[in-house]
Ligand binder design. Structure first.
Ligand code: UTP
Length: 777
């Protein structure tokens, strides 16, 4: 019988049956009343020595010793009077040792039997375990949790180490992520997946046999050999299980500290730090997909030897530029997994491809390799040998070669150039298909996603991925955007750094040693603050970015129907909205050429040539997007054929053009009044007591403000005349509408003021007009 928590835990580990509350409580009380706590013992003292010594105070029924350390014992008498006798003895000396004898602490020890669906269950388990675990010496603690650490140091390359923990439970703990995926560096995080499936099965079986045996305690019913099975896994939430795991780590595992649960993460996690190994560790539950995608990374690095150095370089670059790595595990920066997938996707899109698509890998696998996890098809070959070598021979930017061999045609430089021109706003990156899918396919979250439907017939009505500034689908869990945590700012930094690196890789500075002793080549590329010339912002252009998720639902639907031609349709709507703003809201006089014919922007077309042929561009359109008969998207043609189409500013006369960017003949505009000056004051006046609306949020109000200025304020001595030339960018770049502005007559010198006002006002107002359905539909 277990009077002591120590003994209780000991027996618990041996798989002892749980007793009913009354029995345990009675036994415990009885034991406490009959025993004393003895300390000051040395390991050489045996159980028999103690028993013999304490016989002088009364009959001894049991001696329980702390065998691991041998520093204390519980001595149990058959009569309670013996306790008093032992305690009243002034000094206890035995074999030259001075023993301390104390009464047992009276502790409320509640063992509450498991109840079905009892939400308190975990708390009770924790409450029960806490005092017990606190009293355990570390050696004994290892009886509960056996920690086995294997440092596998690769002598040739000290960078890669494997750290493995084994828990003595029904469960198993599997490493995943960088410690095993071949992309780890020394001291990388240790990601662990605690697989409780066996424990669950065991529990379910035990439960059903208890039920069959009725209320009584069946022999098998609560047979337990791990702390984790103290929780009913069928009802406990992941956070509850992780709480228990955290407690075990804190109390039982030597050298582990800073243990805390992050339950707000997509996959709740217990974080800890291993002091001795100086390692940061994460334990998650239900992460079979993580283990599988780790296998996928392993496979790819086995297939393509340039992959690892490239991933390392990009990771290092991203770290230097503060683009990746969220210190606390969550944050707005890219995580290493997302960054690695970006490299994979780029390699799938090289010409010829360096890596096959995930779909192709699935086709290369055999029947036994078929793997479906949580409904997602995760099939790929288990051995790299199953994947035919690629035909791409591009240089990696091999660091063993003298830097003068670095060429802009290297895979490294290609990565930057690929993403510098990538249409993040209009695309969802799919490693499965190895191409960028139009974002409009994913706009309606609740509609069934066609791709997933084809792939995952069982996964109907799945929520779509969380869309953001960078959309990168997990190769297997297709409803997960692995870059969904990025905010606009971190995405902008990523894009900017790619553009700068792209430019730098094309420069002589990258390829030739500096004669002035300046840093050059890779060194400069990988220094934290690269002094790369800032690209001058386009001074007189107003940019209206494509923000798929903030568009009104009706427009999202229309864009969805437009398929790959969604950019043009959106551009047309924006042009119409701009017209409304200039004409109706700002009271400009607008004049457009009678027959607006689309023409190609030579500067922009240049950029198109560097685009990868695998991008989805307008040219791949297969569908006719006919919104009110205004836009007809070109028939299916390969990018190389360079077919395209555009719309007029008024969105009335679509024409087929030749290349990726679209520029239409300008509007000629005139403004006789300073409609930009003093708007806030006029707005307040017009609103009077009504609730003040923010600038640009109401078409009627803003039109009234302009009308008021036109009517009440003195006009310009000389009217301002200017041109506005709308241009659509996208397909090979972030989708946006650019409005290039140029003054043609500015006698009053007010163009700059007007332009600065428009820079802020126009995008907001266009958004409002689009919301109101004023985008020409
Ligand atoms: P990390 O982003 O931590 O990558 O994801 P890493 O390679 O391990 O890098 P460090 O050194 O720890 O920072 C770890 C693992 O978590 C899974 C993947 O298996 C990845 O390898 N993971 C991560 C996902 O499955 N999905 C995600 O969105 C993120």
């Amino acid at each position: 019988p277990e009077t002591d928590p120590f003994v209780y835990v000991d027996q618990h580990v041996k798989g002892r049956k749980h007793q009913t509350l009354t029995t345990v409580r009675d036994t415990r009380k009885n034991q406490e009343e009959h025993s004393v706590f003895v300390s000051g013992i040395k390991p050489e003292i045996s159980q028999t020595d103690i028993s013999e010594y304490f016989q002088q105070f009364g009959a001894v029924t049991d001696v329980i010793m702390d065998k691991g350390k041998g520093v204390f014992a519980i001595v149990q008498f058959s009569e309670t009077e013996s306790i008093q006798a032992a305690l009243s003895c002034v000094e206890h000396r035995m074999k030259g040792l001075k023993l301390r004898v104390k009464p047992r602490e009276k502790k409320e020890f509640k063992l509450i039997p498991k109840k079905k669906n009892n939400p308190q269950n975990l708390q009770q388990v924790l409450d029960r375990l806490r005092p017990d675990l606190c009293q355990l010496g570390s050696v004994r603690a290892l009886k509960l949790v056996n920690i086995q650490i294997l440092w596998l140091n690769d002598k040739k390359n000290q960078r890669f180490s494997v750290f493995n923990i084994t828990w003595v439970t029904d469960s198993q703990i599997l490493p995943f992520g960088s410690s095993v995926n071949t992309f780890g560096v020394h001291s990388c995080d240790l990601d662990l997946f605690l697989d409780l499936e066996n424990t669950k099965v065991f529990q379910a079986r035990a439960k059903s046999s208890t039920e069959q045996a009725g209320e009584g305690v069946s022999d098998d019913a609560h047979s337990e050999d791990s702390i984790l099975s103290d929780i009913d896994l069928s009802t406990a939430s992941p956070a509850e299980v992780l709480d228990l795991v955290a407690t075990i780590l804190k109390r039982c595992v030597p050298s582990v500290h800073k243990v805390h649960v992050v339950s707000t993460a997509r996959l709740p996690v217990v974080k800890f730090h291993h002091h001795e190994l100086n390692l940061q560790g994460d334990i998650t539950l239900n992460n079979r997909l993580g283990v599988r995608n780790t296998r996928f990374l392993q496979l790819c690095s086995g297939v393509e030897e340039r992959l690892r150095p490239l991933v390392y370089t990009i990771r290092y670059w991203a770290k230097q530029k503060q683009l990746a790595g969220n210190p606390s595990g969550s944050g707005p920066l890219l995580n290493n997994y997302a960054l690695t997938l970006l490299v994979f996707f780029y390699l799938q899109n090289c010409d010829p491809p360096v890596l096959p698509t995930v779909d192709q890998l699935r086709d290369m696998s055999c029947e036994e390799e078929e793997c479906v996890i949580e409904g997602w098809n995760c099939t790929f070959p288990s051995q790299p040998i199953a994947v035919p070598p690629c035909k791409n021979t591009q240089d990696l930017c091999n660091i063993t070669k003298p830097p003068c061999f670095l060429s802009s045609g290297s895979l490294l430089a290609g990565f930057f150039s690929f993403y510098a021109q990538f249409d993040f706003a209009g695309s969802v990156i799919s490693l499965r298909e190895g191409r960028a899918l139009p974002i409009t396919k994913f706009l309606s979250q609740n509609k069934q996603d066609e791709t997933m439907q084809e792939e995952q017939p069982t996964k109907s009505h799945l929520p779509g991925p969380k869309l953001g500034p960078l959309n990168l689908l997990d190769p297997f869990e297709l409803s997960h955007n692995v870059a969904g945590n990025l905010n606009e700012r971190s995405h902008r930094s990523f894009l900017k750094e790619c553009q700068e690196a792209d430019k730098y890789c094309r420069s002589l500075q990258y390829q030739h040693k500096s004669t002035k002793g300046k840093s050059w080549g890779l060194v400069r590329l990988l220094t934290p603050h690269m002094e790369v010339q800032q690209t001058k912002p386009e001074q007189l252009a107003i940019s209206i970015p494509f923000k798929a998720t903030s568009l009104p639902e009706k427009l999202q639907d229309e864009l969805q129907v437009a398929g790959d031609g969604f950019r043009l349709l959106w551009f047309q709507k924006v042009c119409c909205a701009v017209e409304v703003v200039l004409k109706t809201v700002l009271k400009c006089l607008l004049h457009a050429p009678a027959d607006a014919v689309f023409r190609e922007d030579p500067a922009a077309a240049e950029g198109t040539e560097t685009a990868s042929a695998s991008f989805n561009s307008l040219n791949d359109s297969t569908e006719s997007a006919d919104s009110q008969g205004e836009v007809t998207v070109g028939a299916k043609r390969p990018l190389s054929s360079g077919s395209d189409c555009s719309v007029s500013p008024q969105g009335k006369k679509p024409r087929l053009a030749k290349r990726g960017h679209h520029e239409v003949p300008p509007w000629t505009c005139a403004q006789k009044h300073m409609v930009w000056a003093g708007r806030r004051r006029v707005r307040r006046e017009l609103m009077k007591d009504a609730e003040c609306k923010p600038e640009g949020s109401c078409v009627d109000l803003e039109s009234q403000v302009s009308a008021y200025i036109v009517e009440k304020e003195p006009g310009l001595k000389q009217p301002l005349e200017f041109k506005v030339q709308p241009q659509m960018v996208g397909g090979t770049e972030n989708t946006k509408a650019l409005l290039k502005m140029e003054p043609s007559s500015d006698g009053a010198g007010v163009f700059q003021d007007f332009f600065h006002f428009l820079e802020v006002f126009l995008p907001k107002m266009v958004e409002t007009v689009l919301e109101k359905g004023g985008g020409g539909s």
